[in-house]
Design a protein around this ligand. Sequence first.
Ligand code: G3I
Length: 378
Amino acid sequence: MARSSTLLPVAVALLGAVAAAAAAAETPALKSVAPPGLRIGVALGRKHSDGKDPAGLALVARHFNQVTPENVLKWGPVHPEPGRFDFGPADRFVALGERHGMFVVGHVLLWHQQTPAWVFAGTDGGKLDRETALARLRSHIQAVAGRYKGRIGGWDVVNEALEEDGTLRKTPWLEAIGEDYVERAFAFAREADPAAELYYNDYNLWKPAKRDAAIRLVRGLEAKGLRVDGIGEQAHWGVDDPPLADIDAALGAMRAAGLVPHITELDIDVLPRDPDMWGADLSRKQQIRAATNVYPDGLPPAMQEKLARRYADVFRLFLKHGVARVTLWGVTDADSWLHDFPIPGRVNYPLLWDKDGREKPAFDAVLEVLREHGGSRP
Ligand code: G3I
């Protein structure tokens, strides 16, 4: 008797899991209800491309037709030392995308973060000079974009080149090469893979000054004869901000300028915001963590619904403006970088599946909006 009463809850839980899996299997795939021309993508970590998360991979294979690597193609992981490349993880990532017939995006050829110190070091222990910086950039892009020529369909060429006020960010790239470094990166990428789509990628492009600067930047590249195939808004957003009207205006302005918007890193932070949280020192961060880590044991139903409404609202805008792609930044809540950013050690719930891979109300909401606009295709 004691034994069966111990086993009963286990059996009930197992039946529940089987029922949930069966229900999930009947759910239409996101990619199958999206309108033609809209790719539904997801960022993959090493646990996916190294085959260590079979349940996550099943969701990826079922729902998505585009993949972006969260880290393995960044300069640091793929080219850690001069002349030494570590292509193993990236090769596995690209092969995974190909196995599933997905559109593979490369992220990223030039960024000021996750770039090893040697890249920005001068040859004689002094400052990095323009010619050395350009030579390093060109040989990196040749090696990385060249290796996957014809296999990676689109590249984030330059990431986060702009400050919030629209001026060029003061990075080592700008300092060493000068203002034409963006143009040179696009030219090197085009040379390495003439057929690949090339994108400019940044965050907060819903802010008018930054948005207009990004549009000017891309139009400037085009005026120099460089083809730019898309402008990426990362879309690391909150549940209350940015305002929908600003997102609407930004996507509209990109379209009006003749550019193709991509949503490249979508997630929605549900935790309360603190104006200091991005620049705080350690002790202030600890205070902010204590005040804002408000759902350590699960997301309350009202918040689940709010998140679902927010996802529906932003997807309606994506469809209104015909974005070419929406890429979620992680598969399940277990994958998200937001547990540790900008405040380490909080529990966040930014994606469409919970940490155990169960569909959230936000998943249903996105499915519904896609269905309304897209319908089902084989
Ligand atoms: O791989 C190392 C591992 O060897 C080491 O033991 C461990 C210890 O910290 O770190 C591991 O590297 C981490 C890496 O993610 C892989 O997990 C880095 O510390 C960590 O900083 C890195 O964070 C990534 C972050 O970019 C770096 O800035 C996040 O996963 C990734 O989601 C995030 O992605 C960026 C986009 O590229 C650009 N847009 C913003 C977005 C969010 O920051």
